[in-house]
Design a protein around this ligand. Structure first.
Ligand code: ATP
Ligand code: MG
Length: 570
């Protein structure tokens, strides 16, 4: 199969086959199971596109399930933002739900059920309580090449195990003193199959259930139960779970044995797990733990700092849901770990914004131009988007004094410089032809003001006699233009792999120049831009209105992406 053919990837073929064989009972059900212990990032966005995307493709349902089986570090703030970000990406959960809203589940709502199943496993001799220390447990488990050693507790009677398990639940023991293990196979070459821990003691408050529980189910036990009881047919996750799959199937087998699998359309639903390679992007980190540290240490302004690889950060940066989905699609679904270039994501953003973003003029590093022979004001009418007439036009005032970019002027121009220079003519976008005659400098020799004249027969920008003007530059009228604060973002890290020396040292590779703030001038219309509205600042790049107002009362714009790049997707 062609892995790069994203529309026919192996997950799709897998589901297609099951549908054809009638295994789904008439409905494909998937799930996206984030842990509410941070904001979701572009890696999660990839999983969202896969999980929700596959459900959509097969006219099925994708559940949003908060995998809140870990009492520490989870919160409703995270949960709410995960929901908001998934919706923003363009997806909506559906299905029955566990009471709060359709399609929405909390793993913690199944704790009673999981406990019940654990007791059943004990009764049937499928699980036992174990009091080996973590070190002993590891040592007994051994290495894949040699069979492990059985725990001294392995042959305890079900009655005694039940007694200990209930004591664990009642809070009689400290963290780590006892745990519940599945009794499977201490000789399996897959060490995850060697009597894995399925419940552990954890005296910690859960963000929803408080202190109701002091034992918590492990992921490998909880996940297949959640999938099975929700009626999930296809459970897709990242490659690191591949070695856990036999355990997933083992739990599903037990549920089947206990008659707990749900039925749909007369078919018993047996959830199955398949794995795909996670999304990695160079020049950033994606672990929630490492992102949280950036937030907590104030290295960034928050989870939604526009430099963060989080979905909310990208939204604030001006990336669009469509561009993010397109990126995930282009990266494709594979079984092989790889790294993606952030330039591909930027390319997707640029492609979309080129079609949709309104054109505006803004000057980021201003120098004043005085047109000595211009009196009064005139009006310039420019298209909002030259590649899409339906977006209409806008009118801008043009006056005697304008701002231009400092870099658009050279006192001693090199050969290929066709912008503003003494004695040379240049077109002022949409207005007229201008010729610079002199400059005013300050004590340090820095140009303060440029003086010149306009060709009075060139209104609109073309010379009446047809002579060619090579350069066109943008401008902002001094009298009507507005000051604005503009944030120029760059990569957050200077290293392709900030984790190359391990997770302790990634902060050393933070890019000190990843944020530059400048004060510029913008067309008056931009002063009223709505939060999240995207613009192309002509000749500069794509920017988004941040919605914030700077300390000095100016509108703030974030640079989404520069205008051009040499990058071309393969
Ligand atoms: P992190 O390590 O960044 O904290 P996580 O895997 O612990 O991520 P979860 O909230 O458990 O975060 O993840 C929810 C789902 O998102 C899981 O199914 C996981 O496989 C998937 N996921 C997480 N990171 C990526 C990634 N980089 N690429 C693809 N899928 C991912
Ligand atoms: Mg996780």
């Amino acid at each position: 199969m062609n892995e790069s053919d994203t529309s026919r990837h192996f997950l799709r073929q897998w589901i297609e086959k099951d549908v054809a064989e009638g295994k789904t009972g008439g409905k494909v059900v998937t799930r996206f199971p984030p842990e509410p212990n941070g904001y979701i990032h572009i890696g999660h966005a990839k999983a969202v596109c896969v999980d929700f995307g596959m459900a959509k493709l097969f006219d099925g349902e994708c559940h949003l399930r908060l995998d809140d089986t870990n009492p520490a570090k989870e919160s409703d703030e995270y949960a709410e933002n995960i929901k908001r970000d998934i919706r923003w990406l363009g997806f909506q959960w559906a299905g029955e739900g566990d009471g709060v809203e359709p399609g929405f589940y909390n793993a913690s709502n199944m704790f009673d059920k999981m406990y019940e199943i654990a007791e059943k496993l004990i009764e049937k001799g499928y699980a036992y309580c174990c009091n080996l220390t973590q070190e002993e447990w590891k040592e007994y488990r051994g290495v894949p090449e040699k069979p492990g050693r059985p725990s001294p507790n392995r042959e305890t009677s079900p009655e005694r195990n039940l007694e200990i398990f209930r004591e664990m639940k009642a809070g009689k023991y400290a963290d780590g003193e006892w745990c519940l293990r599945a009794k499977i196979d201490m000789a399996s070459p897959n060490i995850h199959f060697r009597d894995p821990v399925i419940y552990r003691i954890r005296h910690a408050s859960h963000y929803h259930l408080g202190d109701k529980w002091c034992i918590y189910p492990m992921y490998d036990f909880a996940h297949p139960i959640e999938d099975a009881l929700e009626g999930v047919t296809h459970s897709m996750c990242t490659l690191e779970f591949e070695v856990h799959r036999p355990l997933y199937d083992w739990v599903v087998d037990r549920l089947d044995e206990f008659g707990m699998l749900v039925e749909r359309g007369g078919v018993k639903i047996r959830p199955q797990q398949r794995e795909f390679a996670r999304l990695n992007i160079t020049y950033t980190v994606m672990s929630k733990r490492l992102l949280l540290k950036l937030v907590e240490e104030g290295r960034v302004s928050g989870w939604d700092d526009p430099r963060m690889p989080t979905v909310c950060g990208m939204r604030r940066r001006g990336y669009t849901p469509g561009a993010i989905r397109e990126f995930c699609d282009r990266v494709g679904i594979s079984k092989v770990e790889s790294e993606s270039d952030p330039a591909l994501l930027e390319w997707c953003v640029r492609e979309e914004l080129n079609k949709t973003a309104l054109r505006r003029m803004a000057v980021l590093d201003p120098v004043k131009v005085v047109i000595d022979n211009f009196e009064g004001t005139r009006e310039v009418e420019l298209p909002n988007n030259p590649i899409d007439e339906s977006q209409g036009t806008r009118k801008i005032v043009f006056g005697k004094e304008i701002w231009i970019e400092r870099s658009d002027f050279q006192e001693e121009p090199d050969k290929k410089f066709f912008r503003m220079a003494p004695g040379k003519e240049v077109r002022l976008r949409g207005a007229c032809i201008f010729k610079c005659n002199s400059v005013v400098k300050d004590d340090t020799g820095k140009v303060q003001e440029i003086h010149g004249t306009w060709d009075e027969n060139s209104w609109g920008g073309n010379a009446a006699d047809g002579r060619k003007i090579k350069g066109t530059i943008h401008w902002v009228d001094c009298a009507t233009g507005k000051k604005a604060r503009i944030c120029l973002y760059d990569r957050l890290f200077t290293e392709k792999d900030p984790l190359k020396d391990g997770p302790e040292r990634y902060l050393e590779y933070l890019n000190k120049d990843s944020l530059k703030e400048v004060e510029g001038f913008v067309e008056p219309l931009l002063d009223e831009a709505a939060q999240g509205q995207s613009f192309q600042f002509e000749r500069i790049g794509y920017f988004v209105a941040d919605g914030r107002v700077s300390a000095s009362g100016q509108a703030v714009f974030n640079r989404t992406v520069t205008l051009k790049d040499s990058y071309k997707p393969a």
